[in-house]
Write a protein that binds this ligand. Structure first.
Ligand SMILES: O=P(O)(O)OC[C@H]1O[C@H](OP(=O)(O)OP(=O)(O)O)[C@H](O)[C@@H]1O
Ligand SMILES: O=c1cc[nH]c(=O)[nH]1
Ligand SMILES: [Mg+2]
Length: 205
Protein backbone atom coordinates (compact mmCIF):
# COMPACT_ATOMS: atom_id res chain seq x y z
CA UNK A 1 0.00 0.00 0.00
CA UNK A 2 1.31 3.47 -0.73
CA UNK A 3 2.39 5.83 2.00
CA UNK A 4 0.10 8.86 2.13
CA UNK A 5 1.87 12.00 3.33
CA UNK A 6 -0.24 14.95 4.50
CA UNK A 7 -0.16 17.98 2.21
CA UNK A 8 -1.76 20.91 4.00
CA UNK A 9 -0.22 24.28 4.92
CA UNK A 10 -1.68 24.04 8.43
CA UNK A 11 -0.05 20.61 8.81
CA UNK A 12 3.34 22.06 7.84
CA UNK A 13 2.88 24.96 10.26
CA UNK A 14 1.88 22.68 13.14
CA UNK A 15 4.77 20.29 12.49
CA UNK A 16 7.32 23.11 12.70
CA UNK A 17 6.01 24.10 16.13
CA UNK A 18 5.91 20.46 17.27
CA UNK A 19 9.56 20.07 16.25
CA UNK A 20 10.63 23.28 18.04
CA UNK A 21 12.38 22.21 21.25
CA UNK A 22 11.12 25.34 23.06
CA UNK A 23 7.45 24.26 22.63
CA UNK A 24 6.05 23.44 26.07
CA UNK A 25 3.73 20.45 26.81
CA UNK A 26 0.45 22.44 26.89
CA UNK A 27 1.01 23.85 23.39
CA UNK A 28 2.48 20.51 22.26
CA UNK A 29 -0.83 18.80 23.18
CA UNK A 30 -2.87 21.39 21.27
CA UNK A 31 -0.66 21.02 18.19
CA UNK A 32 -0.94 17.22 18.42
CA UNK A 33 -4.72 17.59 18.43
CA UNK A 34 -4.66 19.85 15.37
CA UNK A 35 -2.45 17.68 13.19
CA UNK A 36 -4.24 14.51 14.30
CA UNK A 37 -7.54 16.02 13.18
CA UNK A 38 -6.10 16.69 9.71
CA UNK A 39 -4.75 13.12 9.60
CA UNK A 40 -8.07 11.70 10.85
CA UNK A 41 -9.83 13.32 7.90
CA UNK A 42 -7.28 11.90 5.45
CA UNK A 43 -7.48 8.40 6.95
CA UNK A 44 -11.27 8.36 6.63
CA UNK A 45 -11.68 9.85 3.15
CA UNK A 46 -12.79 6.50 1.75
CA UNK A 47 -15.21 5.46 4.54
CA UNK A 48 -18.32 3.70 3.28
CA UNK A 49 -21.64 5.58 3.36
CA UNK A 50 -25.21 4.37 2.96
CA UNK A 51 -28.52 5.93 1.98
CA UNK A 52 -30.75 7.56 4.59
CA UNK A 53 -34.14 9.07 3.87
CA UNK A 54 -34.78 12.32 5.72
CA UNK A 55 -36.96 15.37 5.37
CA UNK A 56 -35.49 18.84 5.09
CA UNK A 57 -37.80 21.63 6.23
CA UNK A 58 -38.86 21.87 2.56
CA UNK A 59 -39.03 18.32 1.11
CA UNK A 60 -38.03 14.67 1.58
CA UNK A 61 -34.60 13.63 0.23
CA UNK A 62 -32.34 10.61 0.32
CA UNK A 63 -29.07 11.61 1.93
CA UNK A 64 -26.03 9.52 2.84
CA UNK A 65 -24.57 8.76 6.27
CA UNK A 66 -21.56 6.82 7.52
CA UNK A 67 -22.27 3.12 7.13
CA UNK A 68 -19.97 1.67 9.77
CA UNK A 69 -18.47 2.65 13.12
CA UNK A 70 -14.82 3.44 13.74
CA UNK A 71 -12.44 2.04 16.28
CA UNK A 72 -9.37 4.06 17.15
CA UNK A 73 -6.51 2.18 18.78
CA UNK A 74 -3.72 4.32 20.26
CA UNK A 75 -0.38 2.70 21.01
CA UNK A 76 0.28 3.81 24.60
CA UNK A 77 1.38 6.11 25.73
CA UNK A 78 2.19 8.69 23.04
CA UNK A 79 -0.73 7.54 20.84
CA UNK A 80 -3.14 8.97 23.43
CA UNK A 81 -2.23 12.42 22.12
CA UNK A 82 -3.97 11.57 18.82
CA UNK A 83 -7.29 10.13 20.06
CA UNK A 84 -9.41 13.16 20.97
CA UNK A 85 -10.02 14.51 17.44
CA UNK A 86 -11.50 11.14 16.45
CA UNK A 87 -13.85 11.24 19.46
CA UNK A 88 -14.86 14.84 18.77
CA UNK A 89 -15.45 14.38 15.05
CA UNK A 90 -16.93 10.94 14.35
CA UNK A 91 -20.39 9.92 15.56
CA UNK A 92 -19.71 6.30 16.48
CA UNK A 93 -16.21 5.58 17.78
CA UNK A 94 -14.90 3.03 20.21
CA UNK A 95 -11.39 3.10 21.64
CA UNK A 96 -8.98 0.21 22.20
CA UNK A 97 -5.55 0.37 23.81
CA UNK A 98 -2.30 -1.40 22.99
CA UNK A 99 0.48 -0.69 25.47
CA UNK A 100 3.99 -1.01 24.03
CA UNK A 101 7.26 0.43 25.29
CA UNK A 102 10.60 0.49 23.51
CA UNK A 103 13.59 -0.75 25.44
CA UNK A 104 16.01 2.17 25.85
CA UNK A 105 19.04 0.18 24.64
CA UNK A 106 17.67 -2.25 22.05
CA UNK A 107 14.70 -0.11 20.82
CA UNK A 108 12.65 -3.32 20.75
CA UNK A 109 9.08 -2.78 21.94
CA UNK A 110 7.65 -4.86 24.79
CA UNK A 111 3.93 -5.30 25.30
CA UNK A 112 2.49 -4.37 28.73
CA UNK A 113 -1.24 -3.82 28.12
CA UNK A 114 -4.02 -4.63 25.70
CA UNK A 115 -7.73 -3.85 25.88
CA UNK A 116 -9.74 -3.89 22.66
CA UNK A 117 -13.44 -3.53 21.82
CA UNK A 118 -14.97 -5.83 19.16
CA UNK A 119 -13.20 -4.85 15.93
CA UNK A 120 -14.93 -6.90 13.24
CA UNK A 121 -17.04 -4.72 10.92
CA UNK A 122 -15.28 -1.49 11.92
CA UNK A 123 -12.69 0.75 10.28
CA UNK A 124 -9.82 0.28 12.74
CA UNK A 125 -7.39 3.18 12.93
CA UNK A 126 -4.18 2.44 14.82
CA UNK A 127 -2.52 5.69 15.90
CA UNK A 128 1.00 6.37 17.14
CA UNK A 129 2.76 9.68 16.50
CA UNK A 130 6.21 8.23 15.83
CA UNK A 131 6.98 5.48 13.29
CA UNK A 132 10.69 4.95 13.93
CA UNK A 133 11.97 1.38 13.44
CA UNK A 134 8.36 0.31 12.87
CA UNK A 135 8.62 -2.42 15.51
CA UNK A 136 5.83 -0.97 17.69
CA UNK A 137 3.49 -0.38 14.74
CA UNK A 138 4.05 -3.87 13.30
CA UNK A 139 3.34 -5.46 16.71
CA UNK A 140 0.19 -3.38 17.24
CA UNK A 141 -1.08 -4.26 13.77
CA UNK A 142 -0.50 -7.97 14.54
CA UNK A 143 -2.55 -7.53 17.73
CA UNK A 144 -5.56 -5.84 16.08
CA UNK A 145 -5.56 -8.40 13.27
CA UNK A 146 -5.53 -11.25 15.81
CA UNK A 147 -8.50 -9.54 17.52
CA UNK A 148 -10.54 -9.65 14.31
CA UNK A 149 -9.85 -6.31 12.60
CA UNK A 150 -10.06 -6.55 8.81
CA UNK A 151 -10.20 -2.96 7.60
CA UNK A 152 -7.14 -1.33 9.15
CA UNK A 153 -5.29 1.95 8.64
CA UNK A 154 -2.14 3.13 10.44
CA UNK A 155 -1.77 6.85 11.21
CA UNK A 156 1.36 8.59 12.50
CA UNK A 157 2.62 12.17 12.70
CA UNK A 158 6.30 11.58 11.85
CA UNK A 159 7.49 8.57 9.84
CA UNK A 160 11.04 7.39 9.22
CA UNK A 161 11.82 5.53 5.99
CA UNK A 162 12.97 2.53 8.07
CA UNK A 163 9.59 2.33 9.86
CA UNK A 164 7.62 2.64 6.65
CA UNK A 165 9.67 -0.23 5.17
CA UNK A 166 9.02 -2.43 8.23
CA UNK A 167 5.25 -1.90 8.12
CA UNK A 168 5.11 -2.32 4.34
CA UNK A 169 6.98 -5.63 4.68
CA UNK A 170 4.96 -7.05 7.58
CA UNK A 171 1.53 -5.63 6.64
CA UNK A 172 1.67 -4.77 2.92
CA UNK A 173 -2.09 -4.28 2.59
CA UNK A 174 -2.38 -1.65 5.36
CA UNK A 175 -2.35 2.01 4.27
CA UNK A 176 -0.07 4.35 6.22
CA UNK A 177 -1.00 8.02 6.67
CA UNK A 178 1.83 10.23 7.93
CA UNK A 179 2.08 13.93 8.69
CA UNK A 180 5.61 13.94 7.29
CA UNK A 181 8.30 11.53 6.08
CA UNK A 182 11.59 12.39 7.80
CA UNK A 183 15.17 11.63 6.75
CA UNK A 184 16.48 8.71 8.84
CA UNK A 185 17.03 7.22 12.29
CA UNK A 186 20.03 8.08 14.45
CA UNK A 187 22.18 5.47 16.23
CA UNK A 188 19.70 5.41 19.15
CA UNK A 189 16.77 4.82 16.74
CA UNK A 190 15.35 8.31 17.14
CA UNK A 191 13.95 10.03 14.06
CA UNK A 192 16.00 12.83 12.38
CA UNK A 193 15.19 15.67 12.29
CA UNK A 194 12.15 14.43 14.24
CA UNK A 195 10.85 16.08 17.36
CA UNK A 196 12.47 14.05 20.15
CA UNK A 197 10.54 11.75 22.47
CA UNK A 198 6.89 12.42 21.73
CA UNK A 199 5.56 10.83 24.93
CA UNK A 200 7.94 12.86 27.10
CA UNK A 201 7.06 16.11 25.33
CA UNK A 202 3.31 15.40 25.45
CA UNK A 203 3.29 14.67 29.17
CA UNK A 204 6.24 16.75 30.39
CA UNK A 205 8.22 13.76 31.68
O1 LIG B 1 8.90 2.50 15.59
P1 LIG B 1 9.52 2.18 16.90
O2 LIG B 1 11.01 2.05 16.81
O3 LIG B 1 8.88 1.02 17.59
O4 LIG B 1 9.35 3.47 17.82
C1 LIG B 1 8.19 4.17 17.94
C2 LIG B 1 7.61 4.03 19.30
O5 LIG B 1 8.40 4.74 20.27
C3 LIG B 1 7.57 5.64 21.00
O6 LIG B 1 7.00 5.07 22.11
P2 LIG B 1 7.83 4.64 23.42
O7 LIG B 1 8.22 3.20 23.31
O8 LIG B 1 8.91 5.62 23.68
O9 LIG B 1 6.73 4.68 24.54
P3 LIG B 1 5.88 5.91 25.08
O10 LIG B 1 4.85 6.19 24.05
O11 LIG B 1 5.32 5.38 26.34
O12 LIG B 1 6.81 7.08 25.28
C4 LIG B 1 6.51 5.99 19.98
O13 LIG B 1 5.37 6.55 20.54
C5 LIG B 1 6.25 4.68 19.32
O14 LIG B 1 5.33 3.86 20.01
O1 LIG C 1 12.17 9.82 17.43
C1 LIG C 1 11.47 9.07 18.14
C2 LIG C 1 11.52 7.67 18.02
C3 LIG C 1 10.72 6.92 18.82
N1 LIG C 1 9.91 7.53 19.72
C4 LIG C 1 9.85 8.88 19.84
O2 LIG C 1 9.08 9.40 20.67
N2 LIG C 1 10.65 9.61 19.05
MG1 LIG D 1 8.47 7.62 24.54
Amino acid sequence: MPLHVLHHPLGTHVLTHLRDKTTKPALFRTLSYQISLLLALEATRDLATEEKKIETPLEPITGRVLARPLAVVPILRAGLGMVQPFLDTFPDVSVGYVGLERDHTTAIARSYYCKLPPLDGKRVIVVDPMLATGGSAAQALDVVKAAGAKEIVFVCIVAAPEGVATVEKSHPEIPIHAGVLDRQLNSKKYILPGLGDFGDRLYGT
